[in-house]
Each structure stands twice: as structure tokens, then as C-alpha cells.
Ligand binder design. Structure first.
Ligand code: CR1
Length: 805
């Protein structure tokens, strides 16, 4: 399609849809027109991809995830279809602007943070790597809450992302399945003496799929993201005569749970988990039957991956269907299940490990409960002779009246992986050590990755053009080619151009901050960015302590020559996470105080953007100079903003935690600012029990001064929260060791100040970060998942493997 053809089709489409001239269309109408037009264009490839998979009986992976955070899809679809320039030029000739039209799209916030965004990057990479793989999740009516600040406090508003419809999705009513809840189950013998379950008085919910195309990059592959919505089954409306009864159904897919690191124990959450797990498994089974193969080939054709433990019920659900509906024996079903399912762990935080009360599962899912009990019984029986009682019971699925979802996920799958080397080591040596002794071969590492298409090509066109010009375009298909850039590390011209690209991106963000927040920031200042969920372990508070320290230094030394800094925060706190919300209030009040203090010559500004999400990340990341990755070592499983920021030329200022350890190893110590305790040092401090934060408060004058600011009225409107936060650090012994790492953190920032003054030195460091970002492309991560866990090859004509006897 050339520019003229595009223009013609666009104008025609607009008139068909709205029956008036496109020039009078609203942004929303222009966006919708473009969206439908693009959908028409990939529809044949979408259909063809799925036909090919069926014809070739290709092995396919289904990625089960409670969350997907895809971001807006207009530009990513255009990019992947190779139409970005054509459409951008065509619109221009029609007097329209692609960037403006793109604002007509809502950003679907169907996830909390890293876990959901990772799932979206993986969808993009699976299709772009030419792999047959699809997502399976929930079509929440409301995404993650919209964050507002009122008097500096976080307020949560509903995010009605579907209110104007969604161009990309296709409702497939004819593919709906029924998911059963509640009631009770009896096991009756059939004529052959086989026990068959009979369900009584169940509540039947219709799961209706909405499919969204996942367009691969320049390869003609279009996979599927299937999100399920709960409805009353047709013909059963009479069973739901009241609003309340109907609400119970609607509720199942109404809200995304807004906690990312807290286990939420409500019945509704459990319903959600079973709902999309069961619907997904049922539709996969129906599909497999179309291939007309023996059940023993199932694991050769289907892989089911569970993103954290939220979809763990896939395991007993697959067992249930294979036995109860397809008549397989327990042993056959168990072999198939284990070979089909694999599991990723995303956190070692105890409070995030899912445990459901036995009663809850027994009541909501009686048949599934029976199967879990039996899996547990057989596990214990088989392992005691091999590992003894102590170890075996520590790995039990049912313990103290609770179902341990991680234990079920490990026992019922063939692979468990962590998301960065350090995280996987901690899983093997500590958190899941008993399981590691039992199943050493199941454990493996898959360091996270990010898609460079969204995070460089789409969000940073300036850098993309520079790279294309300097190193050619190979990096777009093979991100490791970015390493070629190293050859230009001392090339003044390239470094200067890099500087200009960054400055432009900073100007763009500064404009947003001016318009949306009324804060003026200087684009030549250091843009120091921390963007991630608000959580105590991520230590946004340490960042604040540094800001206060710097502020008081400048007040006392107004003529200092340190470079200007803009501290940029983006973070949502779980609505029930009181402490995190206090930190938000504190940051906002500190921002107010500093931004309005004329005596410091704008040497510091603090910008806390409202409603941080994928779209804002696309604006902030290309503008960042410093990437703050300052979690307590051992706590951040991987982090993924670290990778996006690095790829956009920000310098990482970090503890040795999560994937930042690997970033350090690739980029080299001269191009990163490392501070603080290592994981081993944290462990030692934990074991010795010698940490006394009050002692540090009393003996370290710098710490003393900054902490006093929290309670002596220096910061307006923080009386109560200032005291609470102070107490968490001094009275309750500073759980995340902020004060222990404080001095080295300040030191690291000083080094950054000095380096920034030498522009060429700084730009060289930025360049080295970009050049070393290739290994963190999700394309490589997905390649390793496919190769080592899912046993899949791109476009492979799948040859039937002989099933094991
Ligand atoms: C981790 O906290 C990681 C993402 C994706 C998060 C973060 O470090 O990058 O997963 N874990 O792997 C999470 O959300 C529920 O757990």
C-alpha cells in the first residue's frame, strides 16, 4: 500500500463509518476509522496464521496471565505491519497528524505493573519471533484505577477503558464455554464401573472470548490474545431474576485487583482465577480435538505457561477434563498435565505467595478440590520414601488448612523459572530450596526482557533515526547488533547527536509537565527517574531522603555548582497499602515545598506524575538521564523499567538486585552507578541481628538531620505521616535498611553530578548503555522460553514425537 492508496482507503472508510467528511471528524472518530482500517488489513493474515497452525498441527503455547498491560496498539500495529511511515505521511497529506489521532485511543490498564507489562512484551516477541503462541486472560470491564492527587493524597477513580468501545477486539460468541461454580459433586459408577462425577446445583457462568490480534514484526504472523468476559448463559436468565443475582455474574470480570505484591484473599479473586483458567483450558481442549490426535500427543502440541501462581488452577482443571470428560486414567492425565504446564515465579515476598483456605476452594470448586487433595496425597506418598517425612511435608500442597498455590504449581508442572539470575538463585537456595532438592532439573532461569519495538522504535523515534543512520537497521530484527554502536563511543559527532536526541525528548516531557502540572522544568537539568509501583521494598523513600539531603545542602550552600536535577516519580500504591500512600503524600508535599522555594535557584525540582502507566512511560523513559533501581538487594525479582531506561540511554543508579546485576555485568562498572549492600551482605545482616537503625540515626549527622526534617515541621502538611515514616525508620528498625545504604547512595549521586558536568563523558556513558541493551530484548528471552521450556521452534513443521511408554 502506498501513500495515495492509504489516503483513498482512509477517506472512504471514514465516510462509510460516519457519513460525513473526514475533515469534520473528531479525534476519536479519526482514530476509530484508522483502527478499523488497519484491522481490515491484518484480518486475512490473522485468519491465515490460525489456519496454518491447524493445518500443520504446529505446537502452540498458551500464556495464561491474570494481567496484560499492552499499552495503546495503534502505533505498534502500524510499526509491525510496516505501515508507520506510509500512514504518518498519508495523514499529513490529508491535513491530519498521526500523533494527534493516536490520542484517540484508550490505554488498556489490565495489569498492575511489571508482571502484566512483561506479559504484553512477551506477546509481541512471540509473534515477532514467528512462534505460535497466544495469550489467555481476563477482559476486565475496569482496568487498574485511575490515580488522582488531591491535596497530595492518592485518590482512586474507576478506569472505564471500554466506554467508547474497543476497535481491536473481536467478540466470539460462538466460542463461548461454560464455567461451573459451587454446588456439590457426587462420584457415580458408569456401566463400565468407572467413577464419573455428577454435578448438582452449580452456578453456570458463560465465558465469552474477546480476541485481539497480536501482529508480529514484519513477518506476516498474527497470533491471538484471548480475554474472557463473564455473562449469564443464554436461556438461563430466569435463574438470575434480581439485580443482585445478575451482579454476581458481572462482577467476576468487572475489576482488576489493584494489589501487585499483596495476596488478596477474597472469594471474588478466586472466582476470577478459576474462571479464566477453566475457560482457557476448555477452549484449548476443544481446539486439540480438531487436530484429531491421540491424547498422548497433547504435550507435543500444546504448552500451557502460567504467569505466576494466579492461573495455577489450570493444573487440576486439565486433570479434571482429561479424566472426567475424556475418560483418561489418573496416571495418563497426570503425565500429560505435568508435561504441558510450566510456571514462572515473579516474587519472593511472602505476602505475595498465594494461599487459599481449604474451605473456600472446597465450597467454590468441589471437584477441583477433590483433585487437589488427590494430587497432594500421591505426592506425599511417593516422596516420603525418597526424601523422608520432614522435607516431604514441607512441600505439601495442603498445609494448616491452606492450599499453597506455588507448591501445586511446582508439583504439577515440568518447569519453574525465576526472572533474573539472582532471583532464580534465591529461589533455589532459599525460598524454594526443598523443592530444588526434590526436582533440581525443573528449576531454570529466564531473565526478563522488553520489546525494543515499543520501548525504542515507537517511543523514541529520534534515537531510532540516529541508530539507523549510524549502525544501520539490523538491530531492529537482531537487537544484539546494538553493540556495534560501541565503535562510536568516542565519536564526537555521534555523541553530540545523541545529546540532541535526549534534549529533544526532555523538552517534550517538560512541555507535558508544564501543561499538565504547571511546573516549569529545565530540559538541561539531570532528569532523574524512578517509575514503578510504590512499595516499601523498592525504597522510593530512600530517594526522598536524598532529595531532602540535597535540599538542605543547597540551602546552606546557595552558590554550589552542582548541576540542576529534576526528580521524576511515577507510582501507584495499592488502595489498601497505607504506608505506601503515606509515602506518596510525603513526596507530593516535598515537591510542593521545593518547587515553590525560590531561594534554591531551581537546582532541584520534583515532579510526581499522576496516573503513571504504559503511555506515560513512553513519554518519560526517552527523557531520562538517570534510572533509579534502588530496591533492597534480594527483593526485586527482576525489574523491567531498568532495561527500558538503559535502552534509551539513561544511566542506571542501582543496588545489585534483580536484573540490574546483569545490566551491570554487560555494561561494565564504569558505565553504571552501583551502591549499597549486596544480597549476601543483607543476608549476613539479617542473620547477625546486629542492625540498629536508631544507632545510625543518632551517630550519623547527615542521617540525623534529614530524618529530623520529617518530624520538626520543615515539610508542610506532613505532621502525622512524617512521624509515622520517621517511626518506621527509627523506632521499628527500618525493615528495608534504608539508613544502612544511605551514605553510599549519596556518594553514588555525587559521582553522577560530577560526570554530568562533562557532557561528552556523560554521553559516552549513555551510548555504552544503549549499545549493551540488546541482550535485554524480550525477543531473546522468548527464544529461550521456546527452546528450553516450551520446546518450540519458529515456523516449525511439527513432527510428531513418539510419546513415552
Ligand atoms: C516483580 O516485582 C518483575 C516483574 C516481572 C514482579 C518485578 O521485579 O520485573 O514481576 N512481580 O517479572 C510481581 O508482580 C506478583 O509479583
Amino acid at each position: 500500500m502506498d501513500v495515495n492508496q492509504f489516503k483513498e482507503r482512509y477517506v472512504k472508510k471514514f465516510e462509510e463509518m460516519y457519513a460525513f467528511d473526514y475533515k469534520e471528524g473528531s479525534i476519536r472518530e479519526q482514530f476509530l476509522t484508522l483502527g478499523y482500517l488497519i484491522k481490515n488489513m491484518y484480518a486475512p493474515e490473522w485468519r491465515q496464521t490460525s489456519d496454518t497452525y491447524l493445518e500443520n498441527k504446529s505446537k502452540q503455547v498458551f500464556y495464561f496471565s491474570m494481567e496484560f498491560l499492552p499499552g495503546t496498539m495503534l502505533k505498534s500495529n502500524l510499526l509491525n505491519l510496516g505501515l508507520l511511515d506510509t500512514v504518518s505521511d498519508g495523514l499529513k497529506e490529508l491535513g491530519l497528524n498521526l500523533d494527534e489521532v493516536a490520542t484517540g485511543e484508550m490505554d488498556p490498564a489490565l495489569g498492575n505493573g511489571g508482571l502484566g507489562r512483561l506479559a504484553a512484551c512477551f506477546m509481541d516477541s512471540i509473534a515477532s519471533n514467528g512462534l505460535a503462541g497466544h495469550g489467555n486472560g481476563i477482559r476486565y470491564q475496569y482496568g487498574l484505577f485511575k490515580q488522582k492527587f488531591i491535596d497530595g493524597n492518592q485518590i482512586e477513580l474507576p478506569e472505564n477503558w471500554l466506554r467508547n468501545g474497543n476497535v481491536w477486539e473481536v467478540r466470539r460468541e460462538n466460542k463461548a464455554v461454560t464455567v461451573r461454580f459451587g454446588g456439590h459433586v457426587t462420584l457415580d459408577e458408569d456401566e463400565n464401573g468407572v467413577k464419573r462425577p455428577e454435578y448438582h446445583n452449580t452456578m453456570n457462568i458463560l465465558a465469552v472470548p474477546y480476541d485481539t490480534a497480536q501482529v508480529g514484526y514484519d513477518n506476516g504472523v498474527v497470533n491471538n490474545l484471548r480475554l474472557w468476559s463473564a455473562e449469564i448463559p443464554y436461556g438461563e436468565e430466569y435463574l438470575y431474576p434480581t439485580d443482585e443475582a445478575r451482579d454476581q455474574v458481572k462482577q467476576i470480570t468487572e475489576y482488576l485487583y489493584p494489589d501487585d505484591s499483596n495476596y488478596e484473599g477474597r472469594m471474588l479473586r478466586l472466582k476470577q482465577e478459576y474462571f479464566f483458567s477453566s475457560a482457557g483450558v476448555q477452549s484449548i481442549i476443544r481446539y486439540y480435538k480438531k487436530m484429531d490426535l491421540d491424547w498422548s500427543f497433547f504435550p507435543d502440541k500444546i504448552a500451557m505457561h502460567i504467569n505466576d501462581t494466579h492461573p495455577t488452577l489450570v493444573i487440576p482443571e486439565l486433570m479434571r477434563i482429561l479424566m472426567d470428560e475424556e475418560g483418561l486414567s489418573w496416571e495418563q492425565a497426570w503425565e500429560i498435565t505435568k508435561k504441558t504446564v510450566s510456571y514462572t515465579n515473579h516474587t519472593i515476598l511472602q505476602e505475595a505467595l498465594e494461599r487459599w483456605p481449604v474451605d473456600m476452594i472446597a465450597q467454590l470448586l468441589p471437584r477441583i478440590y477433590q483433585i487437589i487433595v488427590e494430587i497432594n496425597r500421591r505426592h506425599i506418598e511417593k516422596k516420603i520414601p525418597l526424601y523422608g517425612e520432614d522435607l516431604t511435608y514441607r512441600t505439601a500442597i495442603i498445609d494448616h488448612g491452606q492450599i499453597q498455590m506455588a507448591n501445586l504449581a511446582i508439583i504439577g508442572s515440568h518447569s519453574i523459572n525465576g526472572v533474573a539470575k539472582l532471583h532464580t538463585d534465591i529461589l533455589m537456595n532459599q525460598t524454594l530450596h526443598d523443592f530444588y532438592l526434590m526436582y533440581p532439573n525443573k528449576f531454570n532461569n529466564k531473565t526478563n526482557g522488553v520489546t525494543m519495538r515499543r520501548w525504542v522504535q515507537i517511543s523514541n523515534p529520534g534515537l531510532t533515526a540516529l541508530l539507523d543512520d549510524v549502525i544501520g537497521t539490523k538491530w531492529k530484527k537482531a537487537p544484539n547488533e546494538l553493540v556495534v554502536l560501541k565503535a562510536f563511543a568516542n565519536d564526537k559527532d555521534v555523541l553530540k547527536r545523541l545529546d540532541e536526541v535526549k534534549l529533544n525528548n526532555k523538552k517534550k516531557f517538560a512541555k507535558y509537565v508544564q501543561e499538565e502540572m504547571g511546573i516549569t522544568i529545565d530540559p538541561t537539568a539531570i532528569f532523574d527517574v524512578q517509575i514503578k509501583r510504590l512499595h516499601a521494598y523498592k525504597r522510593q523513600l530512600l530517594n526522598v531522603l536524598h532529595i531532602l539531603d540535597r535540599y538542605s545542602f543547597i540551602k546552606e550552600n546557595p552558590n554550589t555548582d552542582i548541576p540542576k536535577r529534576v526528580f521524576i516519580f511515577g507510582a501507584k500504591a495499592a488502595p489498601s497499602y497505607h504506608y505506601a500512600k503515606q509515602i506518596i503524600k510525603l513526596i507530593n508535599e516535598v515537591a510542593n515545598m521545593i518547587n515553590n522555594d525560590d531561594s534554591i535557584n531551581d537546582l532541584i525540582k520534583v515532579v510526581f506524575v499522576e496516573n503513571y502507566g504504559v503511555s506515560l512511560a513512553e513519554l518519560i523513559i526517552p527523557a531520562a538521564d538517570i534510572s533509579e533501581q534502588i530496591s533492597l538487594a534480594g527483593k526485586e525479582a527482576s525489574g523491567t523499567s531498568n532495561m527500558k531506561l538503559m535502552a534509551n540511554g539513561a544511566l542506571t543508579l542501582a543496588t545489585m538486585d534483580g536484573a540490574t546485576v546483569e545490566i551491570h555485568d554487560y555494561v561494565g562498572k564504569d558505565y553504571i552507578y552501583i551502591f549499597g549492600m549486596t544480597n549476601d551482605e543483607v543476608q549476613t545482616l539479617n542473620e547477625n541481628r546486629t542492625y540498629h537503625s536508631r544507632h545510625l540515626y543518632e551517630t550519623n549527622p547527615r542521617i540525623n538531620k534529614v530524618l529530623n526534617m520529617l518530624v520538626d515541621g520543615s515539610i508542610p502538611n506532613t505532621e502525622e505521616i512524617g512521624q509515622d515514616i520517621f517511626d518506621s525508620l527509627v523506632k521499628y528498625n527500618d525493615e528495608y535498611y534504608l539508613l544502612q545504604d544511605f551514605d553510599s547512595y549519596i556518594e553514588a549521586h555525587k559521582r553522577a553530578d560530577t560526570d554530568f558536568k562533562d557532557r561528552m563523558k556523560w554521553n559516552k556513558k549513555a551510548l555504552m548503555n544503549i549499545a549493551n541493551a540488546g541482550p535485554f530484548s524480550a525477543d531473546y528471552t522468548i527464544h529461550r522460553y521456546a527452546d528450553e521450556i516450551w520446546k518450540m521452534k519458529p515456523g516449525e513443521e511439527n513432527i510428531l514425537l513418539q510419546p513415552e511408554a
